[in-house]
Design a protein around this ligand. Sequence first.
Ligand code: SF4
Length: 511
Amino acid sequence: MTSRQVLLEQLSSRSADEQGALRKTADLKVAMTYPSPYHVGMSSLGFQAIAREVHLHDGAAAERVFLPDDVDAWRAARLSPVSEENHRPLRDFDVIAFSVAYELELTGVFSLLELAGLPVLRTERTDQHPLVIAGGPLTFSNPDPLEPFVDVLVQGEAEDLIHQLLDEVQGATSRESLLQRLALMPGFRVPGRSLESTRYFVAKASDERLPARTAIVTPHTELRSMFLIEPERGCSRGCHYCVMRRTTNGGMRTVPPERVLELIPDTAKRVGLVGAAVTDHPRIVELLETIVNAGREVGVSSLRADRLTLRLVQALKKGGAQGLTVASDGPSQRMRDLVDRKHSETQILNAANLAKEAGIRRLKIYNVVGLPTETPADIDELVRFTLELSRILPVALGVAPFAAKRNTPLDGAPFAGISEVEARLAQIRKGLKGRAELRPTSARWAWVEYMLAQCGPEGGLAAYEAHRNGGAFAAWKRAFEANACVPYEARRTIDGRRKASEWPSVGLRAS
Ligand code: SF4
């Protein structure tokens, strides 16, 4: 077998393991494209939900394309990315629809377009090339860096927008007229054409489209063979760093358990309840108990410590949970109060005790360091509290450096600095003395994420330059400098709207 045949055979074999793949023949061919590998993309409920909407649209068919696991091998074999369904090359689609979850997936967009032999820059493509669009979670905060590469941004919840867009594509007489029309429609951003006033508008899907759920179940994801469904969308809380907070899209929308239950296929042995704040659903215990009492396993994407009860945790345990994961998102009570994260040590201790009582074996706690005004004393508090938790159950402490996102109250807060974050992580590691496992996110890559989260289209051009120069951290640093990338925090001092110095920054500095 040639190397090309081996790579295509790998695709065929994972497709053969899928249940529920959607197949359709239609004039308008849409590549639902995920800029990360299959096992990540197929864990994304939003990606699958929009693929399903395209499939339901008259005259349009969706096929899925993922970033190859080994991009270099595909490049060496001169093989274009192809769809899972028909092995159709990416460049042969009418529309390439990227779903982008977070900033660092930009490089996956570049790799896919390059492998397909398509110009990466929007301005270098013509009407003869596929229309390239992008949507996904990144559009809730700052999709500006995508502008140089896509023809249209689909901003916010896309269940209705995708139908509008496909109608427009089907009715368009030319690419030019299509872009002119979309530029005037709320929810679409056409780079260089849409009004500045509509730049950050994010659409809200109609209630009839909810709940999102997966059509395809596969063993080849982290959520192995799990049917995913969204019993609630959004969040009614107001954590200051979060793009999902209540103001983003009107707060939380819930789906009655009866509706969720009737949509779970009889064949689903494992069910994942997905959403920003699943345990805030007012009938979550009833829903969980009904699922596990039917003999199914269950997973929940977001547990809030202040919502946990013994019944709820016992239902999770009965549904197969071996560990319990909650977010603390502030190293000290002072920091949690600063970011309006309404969690106390008492609530998190209670969660640990409930987990132990229910027979759960380990805890995972997510936390953040590098918040504005943070000092070593806040980190000491985190160490002391983590050690206290570790006396109840084994603890894994996930720590991410804080990177301010656009369109949140902490937008404009500076990045703490790479060396400062590394010093915080060293302080935690030393304090824990191996009694709890520390799982840190790289300070360097958090800074890259921060720059992309805070910069405009020039941040995207820098990302492309860094990618072409090998993608190492030094290449990113050079590219941000060469493209004159200035974080929004600093630009606001120029705008005169809010000065960076208004953020108290004891011990903090931008990198
Ligand atoms: S961090 Fe979680 S609880 Fe807070 S607003 Fe965001 S989704 Fe809601």
